[in-house]
Design a protein around this ligand. Sequence first.
Ligand code: NAD
Length: 439
Amino acid sequence: MKKIAVVGTGYVGLVTGTCFAETGNNVTCIDIDEKKVERLRNGEVPIYEPNLDVLFERNISAGRLTFTTSLSEGIKDAEIIFLALPTPPGEDGSADLSYILGVADELGKLITDYKVIVDKSTVPVGTAEKVTLAIAKNAKVDFAVVSNPEFLREGFAVSDFLKPDRVVIGTSDDRAKKVMESLYKPFVRQGNPIYFMDEKSAELTKYAANSFLATKITFMNEIANFCELVGADVDKVRIGIGSDSRIGKRFLFPGIGYGGSCFPKDVQALSKSGKENNFNFEILDAVMKVNQSQKTILFPKIKNFFRGDLKGKKIAIWGLAFKPDTDDIREAPALYLIDLLVDAGAEVIAYDPEAMSNVQRLYGSKIQFSSNEYEVLNNVDALVICTEWGIFRNPDFNRMKELMNDTVIFDGRNLFDLEEMTGKGFYYSSIGRTSIENK
Ligand SMILES: NC(=O)c1ccc[n+]([C@@H]2O[C@H](COP(=O)([O-])OP(=O)(O)OC[C@H]3O[C@@H](n4cnc5c(N)ncnc54)[C@H](O)[C@@H]3O)[C@@H](O)[C@H]2O)c1
């Protein structure tokens, strides 16, 4: 049993804290957001993350998981302090380290015995050094700063954390290495590796992983766009290339671009890090440019379909979250498309199983919301699919036809087979495949 503090109780911090409690540790999660801490204390999970609630409740009841707004109280007895703080893009696109360095500054004043301080946030190369300096400025005791980037995916966060493909730990401190090794032991029992390395390599590993994945998606999106031009079917191409083990089957699905709180900011931050070191990540700059236009690639198609005039057209949206199984709408492609539709005079009504309240907070009455995937189709002139939630995959097409004013689907996630859609009575336009015109 170790005593652990987790500073920052968002998507990463809450999952990290809960999963460490689940393996028998005593965890205190700290957050400056008083309302969030209040909800957590009342046993409420403030985010939507599958399978988190069971672990959360179990560990609260067992007294292994507690919450506070006070940094000094939260870290008092902790041997290990995780920083799971935001690193949003600053104005110039580089990672804003003010949250991390602010807390590091405080920690220096508060620690009274040896602590292992672990950076779990995604940060540029050299941050461990900066954190060390910020703590050392005020600290009177020994401490180690470790870089331990997190690879969990929202929607699969609990299983990713409990069964990671690998754990990356960057440290040059032997004592900290031992502490981290024993902490992670329960998570690597199946032989999945813990890679120990220097702090800089660990920091870059996270950016390199996310940038590679963003590049892979973007590459497929460009192939999809080319498919449409030459009459090829991107699904066939995807299957054709994915069985090559050097390429792999995953992350080859084309769509309306990547979003979320990680890929966009991490690709941008790595590119910016490059520039700060007189290095041009040309590939990343291209990825960002292609993804930006991919997010709204459906807009010209929709506009053309309605002969250039969207005024008064009622458009339904299926899916607002940046991907399924999350309520996270940060950089969600759906929002970019909705902005253009509304600006063009369309009336937008949306349904998402989990993300509607987040969008409502942001958009107010700019768009309307509906309570299920059928109701949203009432009298609409078209349906646009933006997020591939499981419940959208197998709809009652006859019911849809009855509800819709015009049977038109723009599918940004290629949910349906072209064969299946042929003869169904819809105009069906997707990504990287020919449109079906048989309305
Ligand atoms: N979300 C993901 O899927 C994911 C995956 C891997 C890595 N990451 C990285 O992990 C980090 C955290 O991401 P997130 O998605 O959990 O962010 P988040 O915005 O969901 O959570 C951050 C939390 O930190 C709190 N906070 C801010 N300042 C604080 C302070 N001074 N003291 C205490 N708490 C404070 C906020 O109130 C918030 O609850 C980022 O660097 C991100 O890039 C995120």
